[in-house]
Design a binder for this molecule. Structure first.
Ligand code: FAD
Ligand code: FES
Length: 269
């Protein structure tokens, strides 16, 4: 999809609480926005700032954004009320390659479960055999599972404390599931350390693995350098956010990122 650098106006139709830290905004757009699964939008509210968000659902002139309150802008956006407005530019980035042959395993941690939903729906609509694993620390932190049930999605749950579904982390659940089933493709969004473990296992097993990176994205246009993955020089906003795991393992993936001031800092999650 070609990016539009003009802002599109969107009105909040409803705001759904997912967990104490995560809300889904259902937006009505002034016109339809074509966006491929895994691409992202820059979401701006004047006075509150602008952040990158991957839509959790797109349907004609309706679009959902599932937002975790981690700082000022995300908290303000996640608290918007029906009738309030936001402005969107994009779509940006490459999105997932969903045309590779074979079966797909999707693995979403935290809000990653929401961000992977458009990919899941696109695969299932084309009749591609797909399994979706979603995970969180505990039952209360699971994101988007109500909406996935409404959509009739077949998904399986893992929680670190075993309060719902498989007891353990998503990489552990992935090992368990892949010991019983063969998948040719894995797609994952979640904490980077989780994605590194999954990408390493995929390389060992000879499975194609696409990971979607979350870095500090400011311009979204490949200009400012805040999102760079060192030492490869890859910009998450234009070269990603989706990368093939084997191409970025051994780089700063899962280990270091750039902070708001451009300093190299450890990835904490
Ligand atoms: C391509 C892409 C897609 C994204 N999609 C979603 C989504 O669908 N839903 C969602 O909830 N979030 C998503 N994010 C993450 C979201 O953009 C950030 O959480 C948001 O920018 C934080 O802004 P803030 O002003 O609220 O927090 P800030 O005040 O900027 O930051 C609060 C704290 O979080 C840290 N932080 C901020 N951004 C990041 C980051 N990217 N990685 C690690 N630490 C960070 C800061 O260092 C600070 O300590 C996405 C990010 C990218 C790059
Ligand atoms: S966000 Fe500016 S180069 Fe990627």
């Amino acid at each position: 999809m070609n990016a539009s650098h003009y802002y599109l106006e969107a009105t909040v139709a409803s705001n759904i609480s997912e967990t104490s830290r995560v809300n889904t905004l259902v937006l009505r757009l002034s016109e339809e926005l074509k966006i491929a699964p895994g691409q992202f939008l820059m979401v701006w509210r004047p006075g509150d700032g602008e952040i990158p968000i991957t839509p959790s659902l797109t349907m004609g002139e309706t679009l959902c954004l599932t937002i975790e309150k981690v700082g000022f802008t995300s908290s303000r956006l996640a608290s918007l009320k029906p009738g309030e407005k936001v402005f969107l530019r994009g779509p940006y980035g490459n999105g997932f390659n969903l045309s590779l042959p074979g079966r797909y395993l999707l693995i979403g941690g935290g809000t990653g479960a929401a961000s992977l939903t458009p990919s899941y729906l696109s695969l299932v609509r084309r009749g591609v055999e797909t399994l979706f694993l979603v995970g969180a620390r505990n039952r209360e932190s699971l994101v988007y599972v109500r909406r996935l049930r409404e959509l009739g999605a077949g998904f399986q749950v893992a929680t670190d404390d075993g309060s719902e579904g498989f007891k353990g982390t998503l990489p552990e659940f992935f090992m368990e599931v892949s010991s019983r089933n063969r998948f040719e493709n894995v797609l994952t969004i979640g904490p980077e350390r989780m994605m590194v473990k999954i990408a390493e296992k995929c390389v060992e097993q000879g499975v194609s693995c696409q990971v979607s990176l979350v870095r500090i994205v400011r311009c979204g246009l490949g200009v400012c350098g805040s999102c760079v993955l060192d030492p490869l020089g890859l910009r998450v906003c234009v070269d990603g956010p989706v990368f093939h795991g084997e191409k970025i393992l051994g780089s700063d993936f899962g280990r270091f990122m750039r902070d708001e001031a451009g300093r190299r800092v450890e990835v904490v999650q």
